[in-house]
Ligand binder design. Structure first.
Ligand code: C2E
Ligand code: CA
Ligand code: CA
Length: 260
C-alpha cells in the first residue's frame, strides 16, 4: 500500500534500483543476440521485492517515468561496456504506456543513446498490450516515431489476455515475444498448433519470434523445431549482473554447464 509506495519513491530518489540482464539466444546457433534488462529492488527489511508487486504500483501512481528513465540509463550504460569489450550484442528494455505518453520520449532515448555512443538498432523497446497502449493514438504515434528513428520494437507477452492481433502489422514491430504461459502450453498437443501459427505468422511478417521461460533442453529443442528464432529462459541463464553477463559473453557459451 502506501508504505511500499513511499519506500519505492525513496529508493528511486536515491537511485538504488538495480538492473539485471537475461540473455536472448539465437535458436539456430545458440549465440547471444542480446540481453533483456529487468529491474530489481532490494531493501534490507523487505528483501527482494518482485517487479510484479511494484511495477503496477509505479505505473498507477506516477513513478514509472522516473523508474523507466533510470532503467534505460542503466541498460544503455551496460550495453556500451559490453560493446567496448567487443561483444556484438543488443539490449532490450521494457517500457510502459505512461513513458510513451511523455512528449519527447523518442528524442530523450535518442539523446541517451548518443551519450552512451550506441547505435539505435542495438536497442529494443518491449511493450505489452496489458495496458492497451496500441489503442491509444498518442502511444501509437510514439511507437511509430521510435520505429522511424531506428529503434527495434518488440511486442511482449503476445498470446496472453490482451493481445491485439490487428495491431501486429500496423506498428513496425521487429519482434514478437510469445507469452510465457502460452509457451508452457506448447508442450500439449492441443495448444501447440496455436503457438505454431504465431511462429509461422512471424515468419510471414519477417518478425523475430521469442519463446520465453525456457527451462530445459526439451523445451529449447521443441521451440527450435517449431521455427522460433530466439530463446530466453533459466535454461540459458537467469537474469544476472552486468559484470556476470560480461563473463557469460567472454566464456563464449550461451548454455549453462551441466550441473555436476
Ligand atoms: P517480462 O517482461 O515478461 O519479463 C520476463 C520475466 O520472466 C522476468 O520476471 C524474468 O525474470 C522471468 N523469467 C525469465 N526466465 C524465466 C524462466 O525460465 N522461468 C520463469 N518461470 N520465469 C522466467 P521479472 O524479472 O520478475 O519481471 C516481471 C515483469 O515485470 C516483467 O515481465 C515486466 O513486465 C516487468 N518489468 C521488469 N523490469 C521492468 C522494467 O524495467 N520496466 C517495466 N516497465 N517493466 C519491467
Ligand atoms: Ca519483457
Ligand atoms: Ca514477457
Amino acid at each position: 500500500g502506501n508504505h511500499l509506495f513511499s519506500r519505492l519513491r525513496q529508493a528511486l530518489a536515491e537511485k538504488r534500483l538495480e538492473a539485471r540482464f537475461q540473455p536472448l539466444v539465437w535458436a539456430k546457433t545458440e549465440q547471444v543476440q542480446g540481453f533483456e534488462a529487468l529491474v530489481r529492488w532490494h531493501e534490507t527489511d523487505l528483501g527482494w521485492v518482485p517487479p510484479d508487486r511494484f511495477i503496477p504500483m509505479a505505473e498507477a501512481r506516477g513513478l514509472i517515468v522516473e523508474l523507466g528513465r533510470q532503467m534505460a540509463d542503466a541498460a544503455f550504460r551496460q550495453l556500451s561496456i559490453w560493446r567496448e569489450a567487443g561483444h556484438a550484442v543488443g539490449i532490450s528494455v521494457n517500457i510502459s504506456k505512461r513513458q510513451l505518453q511523455e512528449s519527447g520520449f523518442c528524442e530523450e532515448m535518442q539523446d541517451l543513446a548518443r551519450v552512451h555512443r550506441l547505435t539505435v538498432d542495438w536497442i529494443t523497446f518491449e511493450v505489452t498490450e496489458r495496458q492497451s497502449l496500441l489503442h491509444d493514438p498518442v502511444c501509437r504515434g510514439s511507437l511509430e516515431r521510435l520505429g522511424a528513428a531506428g529503434f527495434r520494437l518488440s511486442l511482449d507477452d503476445f498470446g496472453s489476455g490482451h493481445s491485439a492481433f490487428d495491431m501486429v502489422a500496423e506498428i513496425a514491430f521487429r519482434e514478437l515475444k510469445i507469452d510465457m504461459g502460452l509457451c508452457r502450453k506448447a508442450a500439449s498437443t492441443r495448444s501447440r498448433p496455436i503457438v505454431q501459427a504465431i511462429v509461422d505468422m512471424c515468419g510471414t511478417l519477417e518478425l523475430d519470434s521469442v519463446a520465453e521461460g525456457i527451462e530445459d533442453e526439451t523445451q529449447a529443442r521443441l521451440f527450435s523445431e517449431m521455427g522460433v528464432t530466439l530463446l530466453q529462459g533459466y535454461y540459458f541463464s537467469p537474469p544476472m549482473t552486468g559484470e556476470a553477463a560480461m563473463q557469460y559473453l567472454s566464456s563464449g557459451k550461451s548454455r549453462r554447464e551441466p550441473q555436476a
